[in-house]
Design a binder for this molecule. Structure first.
Ligand code: AMP
Length: 146
């Protein structure tokens, strides 16, 4: 792609590709691991955000994280699913992208993460940016310009 066109793509606002918060499957702080496993299995997603009642992002919970946290020495301790809360197991060290960011500043994170959580200036969860949405946009861009 010529540099002017790639510049245009990289300067796009992530707002245009966002899956908005109300369309994102999530769990809440205080939910059990059992509930999170239900949400993950029913939705078919690999990981979902953990939010508080004010829609602030606290981390991500995934099926591998849940399985790891109920793994005993000799058996899987399924009874822990009911007892443990998502905040005891979730991954808290995740990239957070500001809603006013461009694609350029998000691409590096998308190499390592299939989706990124997006927040506003007050730290409220706005939605997610998926690697898939960015690649689809890149393809559209190539087709239009090609
Ligand atoms: P996709 O781009 O559809 O392949 O999604 C990649 C990952 O992003 C999924 O496995 C989920 O972890 C997450 N994801 C995508 N869409 C949603 C959604 N509507 N709600 C929650 N998580 C999602």
């Amino acid at each position: 792609m010529p540099s002017q066109q790639s510049g245009e793509f990289l300067q796009m606002s992530i707002k245009d590709l966002l899956i908005s918060a109300e369309r994102v499957a999530h769990v809440q702080i205080g939910n059990s691991l059992e509930h999170a496993l239900l949400v993950l299995t029913r939705s078919g997603y690999t990981a979902v955000p953990v939010l508080d009642p004010h829609f602030r992002l606290h981390g991500l919970i995934s099926t591998p994280i849940i399985m790891d946290s109920i793994l005993g020495i000799e058996r899987i301790e399924f009874e822990l699913l009911e007892r443990k809360r998502v905040e005891e197991a979730m991954n808290k060290s995740i990239p957070r992208i500001n809603i006013n960011a461009t694609l350029q500043s998000s691409l590096g994170h998308l190499v390592d993460h299939p989706f990124l959580c997006v927040e506003d200036d007050d730290g409220l969860f706005e939605g997610i940016l998926t690697r898939r949405a960015v690649l689809m946009q890149l393809e559209r861009f190539q087709l239009n310009k090609g």
